[in-house]
Design a protein around this ligand. Structure first.
Ligand code: BJ8
Length: 388
């Protein structure tokens, strides 16, 4: 089984090369866009001839710089992301070499904390915000979001000086769907018992999805998936069977794998992640029927992402139950960040649905610090023992 111990970070070596490539691209005039959410369609950014990096911060060290501007009652993801931007030109504290390369931050109206953070960002860096309808199933939501994507398309044309033609959009849609299908194949392999790869290794790879150029990510992913598919299933291990865990909740940003690490160090194995560093990033494809308007096809797909900022969010509950069945889950670890009201409040409905399905759940609310590592470990031990 591929584990972080045997292969600490499957795509780590790609990051330094990526920074060098971004710097060269920027020198040559390519615009670099920074995003913080799955709802911003990469397809439009790449169709405009720009490049994209993720700005979601996972480092605790960047939070103090943000606390000069933001209340401590925001989630660590927002504070860390903001900290990376305010320290972008400081060689002492600036920890993310890709942040100073960004020409435009593209935000989105998801949770309140992010929305207000983007307002402060406009004083620091050029920032554009896409308005996301949060009742995705109401009549008019699709039309409204398609209009927002049209405005974003125009914005990208102005930024880059390139026309975002339908032809370019369809090419990017096809390419992004190829990556989604590869991820689907990777996750299908994890239905095996034991799975051929551990969860922490997958999570670290999924984090790279948002840092690397999609072409490079897809090339490496394809090699990984075909390699794993070529392996014979290991069959039941002689050693004790490890409890199969569904990890569900807030995104696991780079630098913040504490909870997944604890689960696997203590004997569980994560076989699927219901998060933005998991199924939410690839579960739905964009319709490739080129007789349609590509922006409508994109809007349709992106509105299906079941983030807790949506209401009602039955789609997410149904997806969790679907994953529990497909991946033969023994227990769900529902891991959230402190002060993330959406995911923390939605916990109750997830718990109810899992109880009705007879699946145990452990809820963990944490931050980016290490102070609660031992305490979480004790709770994970008890949970794994209970479900074994
Ligand atoms: S699609 S999860 S990336 S919004 S953890 S900042 S929700 S208070 S990151 Fe997210 Fe897009 Fe949704 Fe995914 Fe707010 Fe919660 Fe913080 Fe969050």
């Amino acid at each position: 089984m591929l584990s972080p111990a045997s292969d600490p970070d499957l795509f780590a070596d790609a990051y330094p090369a990526r920074i060098a490539a971004l710097a060269e691209e920027k020198q040559a005039g390519t615009k670099i866009v920074g995003t913080l959410c799955l709802y911003v369609p990469d397809e439009i950014i790449y169709a405009a001839g720009a490049d994209r990096v993720i700005l979601c911060g996972g480092s605790n060290a960047l939070i103090p710089a943000a606390d000069e501007y933001l209340p401590r009652s925001l989630c660590p993801l927002i504070r860390s992301s903001f900290g990376a931007i305010v320290t972008r030109d400081d060689p002492e504290t600036g920890a993310c070499p890709h942040v100073p390369l960004v020409d435009l931050v593209v935000g989105e109206t998801t949770c309140d904390g992010k929305k207000k953070m983007f307002e402060l960002l406009t004083d620091l860096v050029p920032t554009y915000v896409i308005d996301l309808p949060q009742k995705p199933d109401t009549p008019g939501a699709l039309l409204y979001f398609t209009g927002e994507l049209q405005k974003f398309r125009t914005m990208m044309e102005e930024l880059t000086g390139n026309q975002v033609t339908d032809e370019r959009l369809w090419k990017e849609i096809r390419d992004a769907n190829r990556t989604r299908r590869l991820l689907m194949r990777l996750f299908s392999l994890r239905r095996q018992n034991p799975p051929p790869i551990e969860g922490v290794a997958v999570i670290r790879m999924m984090q790279r999805q948002f840092q690397l150029h999609p072409r490079e990510f897809r090339r490496r992913l394809e090699a990984l998936v075909t390699g794993l598919e070529a392996q014979q299933p290991a069959g039941q291990e002689k050693a004790a069977r490890r409890p199969r865990i569904l990890f569900s909740g807030c995104p696991v940003t780079a630098g913040n794998q504490k909870v997944p690490e604890i689960i696997e160090e203590r004997g569980g194995v994560i076989v699927a992640e219901e998060s933005c560093t998991g199924t939410r990033s690839f579960w739905h494809l964009v319709d490739e029927n080129e007789e349609r308007d590509p922006l409508t096809a994109l809007a349709e797909r992106y509105l299906q992402i079941p983030c807790a900022c949506m209401t009602p969010n039955d789609r997410r509950i149904e997806h969790i139950i679907e994953l529990v069945r497909q991946f033969s889950i023994d227990g769900v670890v529902y891991a959230t960040l402190q002060n993330c009201h959406g995911y923390n409040t939605e916990r109750h409905r997830v718990q109810q649905a899992l109880r009705a399905a007879g699946v145990p759940m452990l809820a963990i609310e944490t931050d980016y610090g290490d102070a609660d590592r031992e305490q979480i470990g004790v709770r994970v031990d008890a949970f794994l023992e209970m479900i074994q």
